[in-house]
Ligand binder design. Structure first.
Ligand SMILES: *[C@@H]1O[C@H](CO)[C@@H](O)[C@H](O)[C@H]1NC(C)=O
Length: 328
């Protein structure tokens, strides 16, 4: 009897410890490198329009390139379902804009998605629900989470709740803030979790992914709330890249005042807005106003990013190497 009580006591302690230590931490997913030590993924954003606005054509090309590069997974930078997210887990848009569109054999991989502002205009819990994962095992959408793949760690951040205007001037749209309020506590906990996860990371490369821009020459421009609150954490923890959607374009910015590369992949469907403005042309390394997507190949020694249009033409290439790699 005493032995049983001891066991229960130990179990109680272990459970208690797990509950305390896991509270507020970001969920983690492991991805393994290929045999040659590389990891390849595709990034698309701002897409769910039931195939319209070239969504189907972009999807087809993603499949061709995805197959050729043998991608390990797909990253969605959010605005997964227009105009107002999903109405529930039984919303046919899940099939019409995702399952029945990304059918190419090259895209039958895990998808990792964040939420965009349009997703917050629907039932947020529906997109996060395991019921969708059962309908299509590729689907995985969470507010904030981490992918760990040895040489690279990717930190997905829920950016919509940072943006003031969705709270103060919702312009007739209804946002689903359940799970977010009280807002300031949500934001400060999130920033604290991201900061400590970044600080503890031993990965060679660190990538942060969010829906909203930090720096962008597109229609929406910079997101000042993220410049003020997320960027300092990104810079203090030597993050290499910030990847986002939100502006319906493909772009790369490298400013004089930040070592971070800012990459936008928001060309999954409706694009061609035609407006572009950036004060210093030197810093705007690439801007394409049409549809397309980005791929990224990562090894310990280098990162290669390529932007493609819907015809599969390479629009822009960028790469960076680890300056310390040759010494190691
Ligand atoms: C579809 O893509 C083609 C080629 O880039 C472009 O010319 C056309 O305007 C696009 N259509 C729409 C509706 O965006």
């Amino acid at each position: 009897m005493a032995a049983l009580w001891n066991k229960l006591l130990v179990l109680g302690f272990v459970l208690g410890f797990c509950l305390v230590s896991s509270s507020g931490e970001l969920e983690r997913f492991e991805e393994s490198l290929k045999g040659d030590g590389s990891l390849t993924f595709l990034v698309v954003g701002d897409w769910g329009r039931r195939g319209d606005y070239n969504q189907t054509e972009v999807a087809h090309q993603m499949g061709i390139i995805g197959e050729k590069l043998d991608i390990d997974f797909v990253v969605s930078t959010g605005d997964n379902f227009y105009e107002d997210g999903l109405t529930g887990v039984d919303d046919p848009a899940f099939h019409e804009s995702f399952v029945d569109i990304y059918t190419h054999p090259g895209l039958q991989k895990q998808w990792y998605s964040v939420l965009g502002n349009h997703d917050y205009r629907g039932d947020v819990e529906a997109q996060l629900s395991p019921i969708l994962r059962k309908m299509d095992s590729r689907w995985l959408c969470l507010r904030s989470f981490i992918i760990n793949a040895e040489i690279v760690e990717m930190f997905f951040v829920d950016t919509t709740p940072f943006v003031d205007k969705y709270f103060t001037k919702p312009k007739g749209s209804v946002y689903d803030w359940s799970g977010v309020l009280p807002r300031e506590r949500y934001l400060s906990n999130l920033l604290k979790d991201v900061d400590s996860a970044l600080r503890e990371s031993r990965a060679r490369w660190k990538i942060v992914v969010g829906h909203h821009t930090i720096k962008s020459a597109g229609q929406h421009g910079n997101t000042e709330e993220l410049n003020a609150r997320l960027l300092p954490i990104i810079q203090a923890n030597n993050v290499d890249l910030y990847i986002n959607g939100h502006d319906h374009c493909l772009q790369r910015i490298r400013t004089a005042d930040s070592p971070v590369q800012f990459l936008t992949s928001g060309g999954g469907s409706k694009a061609w807005r035609g407006d572009i403005s950036w004060p210093n042309p030197e810093e705007l390394k690439f801007y394409y106003d049409g549809q397309g997507f980005m791929t990224m190949q990562v090894t310990e020694a280098r990162i290669d990013a390529i932007f493609y249009d819907i015809g599969g033409e390479v629009l822009h290439r960028w790469s960076t190497t680890d300056p310390f790699f040759s010494i190691v």
